[in-house]
Ligand binder design. Structure first.
Ligand code: GLA
Length: 429
């Protein structure tokens, strides 16, 4: 059928359709677990100009800030307001960090009608949302399909539609839905039956997906179930815009780099509207060194990962701001092609990852990250750039992102010294 400009729902995605032909299977349907992603993928494949279909939410990996990594259970209304102010004054908002996400521990009790209340740390959620919106930002919230969240606050079990409606009424733009105690329900209802437990989990995620759709308010839907059961294979079918691929990150190099490196092979599951999520950023937290922070930011950009900062903005150092707001690193993450990067070469601690970028002025273009996960500097002595594997024949024109320097033409034999736990990030064409 031929349609004009407007929004329509296809499976898990709310799509923006700009006057183009779409297959009959895409006609404004809301589908369940079975056919959701299939419809979505068929539509994309069957549409010759599918580049013109872009999801309303998460067309590129979501960017923002989340309270958990720094504030954890102590987060308050004031922290969120301060963060909103600082996202604006530091330039973070204008660099793309627009979602301000309240993680666990905002929840209070339910009233007599079952409506969820925020607790004393968050006196008025609607007023907070209005404040955040007045700054040109969006507000995110957190819940669980279980009776209790991971921090043992009130979850959404049995109140899914009511909670989604409440979030919409408050003006929420993003929901992180964390499995937590729903695991107990799965175990109780299907003891020792992994397949049935998986079905229950998918149904629980689909239930909230439908509840969100019913509100009519676009919300980014973020699944958190720690990467179990190959969630990347079915996340889009339950409407996920992103899904955690691992357990929790922490602010140290070993955990961060383990998570980042474990993403190899997942690239094919990510794309506009649906992203792998290796967890929120720890840039600026803990004792990560500058090289380690750059490695963290680079890995996440190469992975087209959601860039959700988790540091305390009231004490952000200029060198941390420079990493989080490096325009070229962000551009790699947010590249319109929407392709996640992958490892192309490894020689012990030295790894080369590549991410295809949207062609510029007819030139093939890619980001190339040379990581040194080792304990001493690497001179890449016997390692080449492996440009051929990335489809480049001969010399390429390169720019060193972190050095902010054009390198001119380089060949596959390019050598650079990479510090311990450091990275060199190139854009080549
Ligand atoms: C889980 C999640 C974390 C955080 C906490 C909150 O551990 O993986 O990201 O949301 O719960 O309790």
């Amino acid at each position: 059928m031929r349609v004009g400009s407007g929004t329509m729902r296809v499976g898990g995605l709310v799509l923006f359709v700009a006057g183009l032909a779409v297959g009959a299977q895409a006609q404004g349907t809301q589908t369940g677990i079975q056919s959701g992603a299939a419809t979505q993928h068929r539509t994309a494949a069957a549409t010759p100009r599918n580049a013109a279909i872009r999801p309303v939410v998460a067309a590129t990996p979501p960017m923002g800030w989340n309270s958990w990594n720094y504030f954890a259970g102590k987060v308050t209304d004031k922290d969120i307001r301060d963060t909103a102010d600082l996202l604006v004054s530091t330039g973070m908002r204008d660099a793309g960090y627009v979602y301000v996400n309240i993680d666990d521990t905002w929840e209070g009790k339910r009233d007599a009608t079952g409506k969820i209340q925020s607790n004393e740390k968050f006196p008025d959620m609607k007023a907070l949302a209005d404040y955040v919106h007045s700054k040109g930002l969006k507000l995110g919230i957190y819940s669980s399909p279980g009776a209790k969240t991971c921090a043992r606050y009130e979850g959404s079990l049995g109140h899914e539609e009511q909670d989604a409606a409440t979030y919409a009424e408050w003006g929420i733009d993003y929901l992180k839905y964390d499995l937590c105690s729903y695991r107990t329900v799965m175990q109780q209802q299907a003891p020792d039956d992994a397949a049935a437990q998986n079905r229950l989990m998918r149904e629980a995620y689909e239930k909230m997906h439908q509840a969100i759709l019913k509100t009519g308010r676009p919300m980014v839907y973020s699944l958190c179930q720690y990467g179990d059961d190959s969630v990347w294979e079915w996340g889009p079918q339950v409407g996920a815009n992103l899904w955690r691929t691992t357990g929790d990150i922490s602010a140290n190099f070993d955990r961060m780099s383990l998570i980042g490196r474990s993403q190899a092979g997942l690239a094919k599951y990510a794309g506009p509207g649906h992203w792998n999520d290796p967890d929120m950023l720890e840039v600026g937290n803990g004792r990560l060194t500058l090289d380690e922070n750059r490695t963290h930011m680079t890995l996440w950009a190469m992975l087209a990962a959601p860039l959700v900062a988790g540091n305390n903005l009231t004490e952000m150092k200029p060198e941390i701001a420079a990493i989080l707001m490096n325009k070229e690193a962000i551009a790699i993450d947010q590249d319109a092609l929407g392709k996640q990067g992958d490892r192309v070469f490894a020689d012990g601690p030295l790894e080369i990852w590549a991410k295809p970028l949207k062609n510029g002025a007819g030139h093939k273009s890619a980001a190339l990250a040379i990581f040194n996960f080792g304990e001493s500097p690497s001179e890449m002595r016997k390692d080449s750039l492996h440009l051929k594997e990335m489809g480049f024949a001969g010399a390429v024109t390169a720019r060193d992102v972190w050095a902010g320097k054009d390198l001119g033409k380089i060949t596959d034999q390019y050598k650079v010294t990479i510090p311990r736990h450091g990275v060199v990030l190139l854009v080549v064409r």
